[in-house]
Design a binder for this molecule. Sequence first.
Ligand code: GDP
Length: 313
Amino acid sequence: MDRNESIFLAGHRGLVGSAILRRLKSDGFGRVLTRSHAELDLTNKAVVADFFAREKPAIVIAAAARVGGIKANNEQPVEFLLGNLEIQNNLIRAAHEQGARKLLFLGSSCIYPKFAPQPIPESALLGGPLEPTNEAYALAKIAGIKLCQAYAREYGANFISAMPTNLYGPNDNFDLATSHVLPALLRKAHEAKNSGARELVVWGSGTPRREFLHVDDLADACLFLLQNYDNPEIINVGAGEDISIRELAELICEIVGFDGALGWDASQPDGTPRKLLDSAKIHSLGWKPKISLRDGIARTYEWFQRETLSGGS
Ligand code: GDP
């Protein structure tokens, strides 16, 4: 990838997009196009087509999506299915029509069956029923993967798809109703510490296991794949280790400095019992994550405190 090529980064304000933007800038990529939601509504086919016809980006990074934690996904299947289909269809179609040289589509580990073999290899895709709490989002992402593969097969497009595991880091969503578990627990521990609470309430049973990757590691993997991977077959991007929700809650309390008790809210769903990706394929190509979970959480907590103090999220 040439540093003077034009790159359209869709979703540059999100967790993933903002990390990729920081990385592209620090690596000296000089022609990165970004548009806010107000400037370019990615769910609108006509305005996306116009934008691509004008700008003709050589590289497209599709990091824009409607995302959310277990509760939001479970309660708004229409928005997660339709919103994501619209965004990705518009981006992928326009990238092809305007001759983009390469497109990177970002999926998710929830595309895999609920009871996939663990760690989950790429070949597990469509091998069984999905986890119901995030089925709508997963179906949209599977459709995006298949659309990229269809463009590759029918038109020879170099459209690749990466499947990141659960991500966290700066610019994550810390709203307790819609966030994922890691930012939710960071916020809950911070607030419990500051208010002198005796208990922090965690959803579900604490037994589900999840794998977490710092989003700067994902950005590193995205650059690596843009430079080194030209295959329409999906590729997992994980940290290689998982942890139970109980262990995660304990680790977060330790980092934040909250020493009260953990309570469990059994009325909230556990979701899929385990989600650990098999990342052997990307590892064999020469990419490895660099940020440990403890360091990554500590860095994210510093960012969260700065944001909270400056009146941000
Ligand atoms: P998932 O990976 O799609 O299931 O999404 P989440 O990150 O939202 O949830 C992961 C697991 O963490 C589930 O078992 C949740 O029940 C559990 N969890 C525990 N406490 C919380 C919380 O405060 N917020 C969220 N979102 N999940 C929590």
